[in-house]
Design a protein around this ligand. Structure first.
Ligand code: SF4
Length: 405
C-alpha cells in the first residue's frame, strides 16, 4: 500500500488538487479523500495503458543525499587555478571555490572539478498533454512524459513552480532514472514526447543531452521548456539534441529581467535567434503580469522584434499570471489584457498568437493565417481536434508552420 500511495502522488499533476509542488516521498500520508481521488486517476491511467505504473518509480533508488550517486563531471567549464573553476553553461558564469555551488544550486566545485549534482536525479514525473507546456504547433494532441529536477539559474519572483526551482537537490526527495530508463518509461507510457520542464531544464544539461539521444533511439521527441538562459556554445549543442524548444520571453525590458528575474534580456534574445536559425521548432510564451509587463508599447516592441528577427510564423502565447510566490500582491491577469496582447501581435503581423491559461477561450484554437478557418480546436488540454491535412489547411491548402508528424 505504501508503494501505491507513493505512485499515486507521483501521478498527481501540480495544481489539480489545489496543492503545490512537493517532494515525492513514500512516507507522505494521504487523507482518505485524496487517496480515493488519486487512486481513481492512477487506475484509469493503468486501464488505458497510458502509464507503466509498476516501473514508474524505482523507490529503492530514492535518496536524500545530493552527493550519493547523482554527481557527474560537468560539461562547459574551465579551471581558473588549482582549486577555482568557472562554469560556462549559462551567462551567470559563476566562479566557484572548492566546495561552492553555482547560483543554480546544482553545479558544485569539488577540489577543482565542476560536477553536476542532478544527473539522472528526477524530483517529479508526470504524463501531460503537449498543449500544457504549451506547444500548439508541435504534435498536437500528443502526450509528453514530463520530468524535472531542482534548481534554476533565475530567481523569478512570480515563479509558479518555485518549490522546485528555488530548491537545492537535497531539499527534495528524488529518484534515479538513467537516460535509458527514462526513454523506456516514456515509451511504456505511450507518450510521443519527453519534456524537460517545470524547473529550468538547461541546468540539467548533461542528462538532457544523454536522455535525448536515448529518447530518439525509441522514436520519442525530446523537448524543453526553458527560460532561454544559456551560453551560445552550450545552446548550439543543445539545439541539435532537441526537436522543439519553448522559451519564456518574460518581458521586453532589461529592468524587469534584472529586478524580477535576475537575468539579462539580451542573452535571451540572442538565444531566441540561435534556436530559430537552428531549425529546431520554437514557440514563445509571454506570461503577462498586471502593471509589470503588460503595456501596449512594450508588447508591440516585443512582437515587432520577433517578426523582424525571427519570423511571423513563430507562435506566441500570451498567458495568464496567477498570484503566487513573492507576487501575491498582484491580481491574476484580466482576460481582456491577454486579448489586447494577442490583438497587438496579430496587428503587427504575428500569424499565430494565442491566449493562454484561459481554458476554452476561442483564441486557444488555431486558425489558418491565410483563410481564417479553424484548423485545430482546443477545448482544454485534453480535447484537441486537428483538421489539418498533412500539415496543410483543409480549406485553402496553405501550409501551416509547425511539426505535425
Ligand atoms: S549553470 Fe549554474 S553554475 Fe553554471 S553559470 Fe549558470 S548558474 Fe552558475
Amino acid at each position: 500500500m505504501k508503494n501505491l500511495a507513493y505512485i499515486i502522488k507521483a501521478l498527481t499533476p501540480p495544481g489539480k488538487t489545489g496543492s503545490k509542488w512537493r517532494a515525492l516521498t513514500p512516507h507522505d500520508a494521504l487523507d482518505r479523500r485524496s487517496f480515493l481521488f488519486r487512486s481513481g486517476g492512477a487506475l484509469c491511467l493503468c486501464a488505458l495503458g497510458d502509464f507503466n505504473i509498476v516501473s514508474c518509480i524505482d523507490e529503492s533508488s530514492a535518496s536524500k543525499d545530493a552527493t550519493e550517486g547523482f554527481a557527474k563531471i560537468a560539461m562547459h567549464w574551465k579551471k581558473l587555478d588549482k582549486s577555482t573553476v568557472q562554469c560556462g553553461l549559462c551567462p551567470n558564469e559563476c566562479v566557484l571555490g572548492n566546495g561552492e555551488r553555482g547560483a543554480c544550486r546544482v553545479r558544485e566545485n569539488r577540489k577543482g572539478t565542476l560536477y553536476t549534482l542532478v544527473y539522472s536525479r528526477l524530483a517529479t514525473m508526470h504524463v501531460d498533454p503537449v498543449e500544457k507546456k504549451p506547444f500548439f504547433h508541435f504534435l498536437p494532441g500528443s502526450m509528453a512524459y514530463s520530468v524535472a529536477t531542482a534548481g534554476c539559474n533565475f530567481s523569478c519572483k512570480f515563479c509558479q513552480n518555485w518549490e522546485l526551482s528555488q530548491a537545492k537537490p537535497e531539499d527534495l526527495d528524488a529518484v534515479m532514472v538513467s537516460p535509458d530508463a527514462l526513454a523506456h518509461r516514456a515509451h511504456a507510457s505511450s507518450s510521443r514526447i519527453i519534456a524537460f520542464t517545470y524547473n529550468e531544464p538547461t541546468i540539467q544539461y548533461e542528462y538532457i543531452i544523454d536522455a535525448s539521444r536515448k529518447a530518439r533511439e525509441k522514436h520519442l521527441r525530446p523537448v524543453i521548456v526553458s527560460n532561454g538562459y544559456i551560453r551560445p556554445e552550450a545552446g548550439r549543442q543543445l539545439t541539435t539534441s532537441l526537436d522543439a524548444i519553448k522559451i519564456d520571453l518574460k518581458s521586453f525590458s532589461q529592468k524587469f529581467y534584472g529586478e524580477i528575474c535576475g537575468g539579462v534580456l539580451n542573452h535571451v534574445l540572442k538565444n531566441l535567434e540561435l534556436v530559430h536559425k537552428s531549425g529546431t521548432w520554437l514557440e514563445i510564451v509571454v506570461l503577462v503580469i498586471p502593471t509589470l509587463n503588460d503595456s501596449e508599447s512594450e508588447i508591440r516592441s516585443m512582437v515587432r522584434w520577433v517578426k523582424r528577427n525571427l519570423s511571423a510564423d513563430v507562435p506566441m502565447h500570451f498567458t495568464r499570471f496567477q498570484s503566487t510566490y513573492l507576487m501575491r500582491n498582484l491580481p491574476p491577469t484580466p482576460v481582456e489584457a491577454l486579448e489586447r496582447c494577442r490583438e497587438a501581435a496579430r496587428a503587427e503581423g504575428i500569424r499565430y498568437a494565442y491566449v493562454g491559461n484561459v481554458p476554452g477561450h476561442r483564441w486557444e484554437n488555431t486558425y489558418c493565417h491565410n483563410c481564417g478557418a479553424m484548423i485545430i480546436r482546443r477545448g482544454g488540454f485534453y480535447a484537441v481536434t486537428s483538421m489539418l491535412r498533412n500539415g496543410h489547411c483543409p480549406h485553402c491548402a496553405t501550409r501551416i508552420p509547425g511539426v505535425w508528424v
